[in-house]
Design a protein around this ligand. Structure first.
Ligand code: FES
Ligand code: FES
Length: 153
């Protein structure tokens, strides 16, 4: 049994303690915006926030979750998340889109902790989120836009 708050709603779920949070979000709760990429904390596609901290849900057992979970579905109503999503649109970041929910969640987590990151801080913070389409330069430009810097591409 797991008691979870996801995007402001409380859930009481009959799931095994060791079930990854990603499985719970996608297959039990039915929110499909959070993606499965590697399942071993190597790509970032599954990134969600737990109490505002970007977290890889594929390797987080549901029993270890004590804080409030936010997924990409909540970002349109999040003060920082909606700015990030608008910047993504303005810059035209997405290509296939598969990785982009995780990218946006990680970028939003960065900007909540550090609203004006340096270019190097952005690169370092985003380095673990992989994009097979190679949208890295546009991701950087979009984050710099939210941080109030010149768009670099
Ligand atoms: S699916 Fe979680 S890091 Fe790749
Ligand atoms: S946009 Fe295709 S994997 Fe990132």
């Amino acid at each position: 049994m797991a008691s979870l708050t996801i995007n402001g709603r409380q859930y009481e779920l009959e799931v095994p303690d060791n079930m990854p949070l990603l499985w719970v979000i996608r297959d039990v709760v039915g929110m499909r915006g959070t993606k499965f990429g590697c399942g071993i904390a190597q790509c970032g596609a599954c990134t969600v926030h737990i109490d505002g901290v970007a977290t890889r849900s594929c390797v987080t057992p549901v029993s270890a979750v004590t804080g409030e979970v936010q997924t990409i579905e909540a970002m349109a109503d999040d003060s920082v998340g909606k700015k990030v999503q608008q910047a993504w649109l303005d810059v035209g970041v997405a290509q296939c889109g598969y990785c982009q929910g995780g990218q946006i969640m990680n970028a939003t987590g960065l900007l909540k902790n550090n609203p004006e990151p340096s270019t190097q801080e952005i690169i370092d913070a985003m380095a673990g989120n992989l994009c097979r389409c190679g949208t890295y330069n546009r991701i950087l430009a979009a984050i710099e836009r939210v941080a109030g810097k010149e768009v670099s591409s």
